[in-house]
Design a protein around this ligand. Structure first.
Ligand code: UT7
Length: 333
């Protein structure tokens, strides 16, 4: 069911960068807008604040700044990039793709650009796809971005969802040539049997926007939090184990885990089930909440900047999201 792959020549991360909007929305300010409390949010999720984009900032604006930082960190010319993948569920518009908008703004050549929609697993799905395209030999250097303006699809009257999400973007430059952390293996999967567990009901072809859909708040994210919580723990544990097995590695070989940043209790449950100590899990969800496709690259960039990874250490990146989708990547530093 899952597609597992290992490249002969590993792709490497030449550079990484991230960007979050300036505005901080703390739990206390949020509790003046909706019936919640700092105590509830912190104890049930681990989140203390999240970043919120300005009205005139779109997903491509967040992605642009993250991409510039990744390009700078990779020390490459923009002319070297020949593939752009943007993972997002909050594109600037239905079409053209956010990747096409970015191509122009970043001053790239007329290279292949597309958006990839795998919700919170989107960035890791995009690494998997980018690696496969680079492995074909037809592409040399990919700009892979996870970017979201989750605040644009939040129902600010629904306390069960609006406290959880935030805005941000993370980007990586991936190539088969050059020096950097190696992408050793990938695993991506999906189970489309229960799509309404986490979805945005209206705005697509099944329910185009009408006065009725707007009045019924159908353009906002809806989630069955309890079911998603249980699936997230089970699926991220399974994906981690399968990816390690496929690459002849054991749980004991793992030095770090960068999990999808949704809820610290999900991470703690995963840690317990995998028997990996919590101090090997990197979390920044306290300051960002769940930024969907931006979650993993935002955490990875922060961990790299903190000097978390020593040479030769192994990290598992693992995510889970709407679809349901999941994806995991092995990185050797
Ligand atoms: O990226 C993947 C997508 N998302 C996730 O991975 C999220 C997965 N789910 C979760 O993280 C958790 O299920 C939540 C944080 C969403 C909810 O936590 P929970 O411990 O499962 O709470 P619950 O849904 O069982 O709600 C417990 C109570 C309810 O009240 P009653 O019915 O017991 O009176 C809720 O109405 O807490 C209430 N509640 C709140 N109270 C204050 C729900 N949201 C809030 C809130 N503030 N923000």
């Amino acid at each position: 069911m899952n597609q597992v792959s290992t490249s002969n020549t590993s792709s490497v991360i030449l550079g990484i960068g991230s960007y979050v909007p300036k505005k901080i929305l703390g739990n206390t300010e949020l509790s003046s807008r909706v019936d919640t409390s700092d105590e509830w949010i912190q104890s049930r999720t681990g989140i203390t604040e999240r970043r919120i984009a300005d009205n005139d900032q779109s997903t491509s604006d967040l992605a642009f700044h993250a991409a510039r930082r990744a390009i700078e960190s990779a020390q490459i010319q923009v002319s070297e990039i020949d593939l752009v993948i943007v993972a997002t569920i909050t594109p600037d518009m239905a079409f053209p793709s956010t990747a096409c908008l970015l191509q122009h703004r970043l001053g790239l050549g007329k290279v292949a650009c597309f958006d990839l929609e795998a919700a919170c697993s989107g960035f890791l799905y995009s690494l998997d796809v980018a690696d496969a395209m680079l492995s074909s030999g037809r592409y040399k250097c990919a700009l892979v971005i996870g970017a979201e303006k989750m605040s644009s699809i939040m129902d600010w009257e629904d306390r069960t969802t609006c406290v959880l999400f935030g805005d941000g973007a993370g980007a990586a430059i991936i190539s088969k040539r050059g020096y950097g952390p190696k992408l050793l293996g990938f695993l991506s999967g999906a189970d489309g049997s229960n799509p309404t567990l986490l979805h945005q009901p209206a705005g697509g072809s099944s329910q185009p926007a009408t006065e009725y859909t707007i009045a019924n708040r159908q353009h906002f994210l809806k989630m069955n939090g309890k079911e998603i919580f249980k699936s997230a723990v089970r699926v991220m544990e399974k994906a981690t184990r399968e990816l390690l097995t496929e690459n002849d590695l054991d749980i004991e070989d793992v030095d770090h885990v960068i999990p999808h940043q949704a809820n610290v209790r999900i991470v703690e449950s995963m840690a317990q089930r995998l028997e990996i100590p919590m101090n090997k899990f990197f979390c920044n969800l306290d300051r960002h909440g769940n930024t969907s496709a931006a979650s993993i690259p935002l955490a990875l960039d922060e961990a790299v900047k903190k000097g978390l990874f020593k040479e030769d250490e192994l990290a598992v990146l693992v995510a889970f999201g709407a679809g349901l989708t999941w994806s995991a990547t092995l990185v050797r530093f």
